[in-house]
Design a binder for this molecule. Structure first.
Ligand code: CTP
Length: 219
């Protein structure tokens, strides 16, 4: 379970990042361990207090920083994983080069940063998926309404090629940095297989129910 948000360095003190706290991913990891799974939780910038919730004899925690580091750790851990739940918020782009020294106005004004695209980690997992392996993606969307959220989820699951996609609305006051969450889980037949809301742990349990059902019945 990759969780949290990557930081892409601009210079030694600045980065491009996102608002993921890692709470939902940590809850997913913990819920799996409580059901008896051996879990590797790969955290990108998840606060210690949040990570503490995943401490369990069956959870191995690996910490990473950038999308490239996350990609390497995910590739290694997914080799023998039955299920990968890609809950991390991966930066799509990184600065083409990170300055070795802090950028200063004395060196000239910085008004643009050249970006290069990061690899799509989940696309790599899908391409290398073994038979019997389930790959679950997450998508945070700012949808106009419930129907739009559902349509976006269906489109993105197809585009990503994942078995299941958990999609949540992160409009004003929802999703990020909060203890609760609400999401739709879209399945391979382009249908919503489950809707979950409540604490991030309750949502994580609903997600594992959907994953277990998908793995046993294909639905
Ligand atoms: N993801 C990934 N590698 C990336 C970007 C995203 O593995 N470089 C994964 C995320 O971890 C998530 C899923 O892809 O499980 C969907 O992420 P999202 O950012 O919504 O996907 P994008 O393809 O970047 O779509 P958008 O253009 O809407 O941001």
């Amino acid at each position: 379970v990759p969780a949290g948000g990557t930081h892409e360095p601009i210079d030694p003190v600045r980065f491009l990042g996102n608002r993921s706290s890692g709470r939902q991913g940590v809850a997913v990891a913990r819920a799996a361990a409580d059901r008896g799974a051996d879990v590797t939780l790969i955290t990108a910038h998840v606060e210690e207090a949040v990570r503490a919730d995943a401490v369990h004899p069956h959870v191995t925690i690996v910490s990473v920083g950038t999308a490239a580091e996350l990609s390497e750790a995910v590739t290694r851990a997914s080799d023998d994983a039955d299920v990968v739940v890609m809950a991390a918020a991966v930066a799509d782009y990184r600065p083409a080069s990170a300055a070795e020294r802090k950028l200063s106005k004395e060196d000239g004004r910085l008004t643009a940063i050249e970006l290069v695209e990061n690899d799509d980690i989940v696309a790599g997992l899908v391409a290398a998926r073994r038979s019997g392996q389930t790959i679950v993606g997450f998508a945070a969307e700012t949808a106009a309404d419930a129907a739009d959220l559902r349509e976006r989820g269906i489109r993105k699951r197809r585009r990503k090629g994942v078995d299941l996609l958990a999609v949540n609305d992160v409009g004003e006051g929802r999703g990020f940095e909060r203890p609760d969450n609400a999401l739709l889980i879209v399945g391979p037949g382009d249908e919503v297989v489950a809707e979950a809301s409540g604490t991030k742990r309750e949502v994580a349990d609903a997600l594992w129910d959907a994953i277990a059902s998908q793995r046993t019945t294909g639905r």
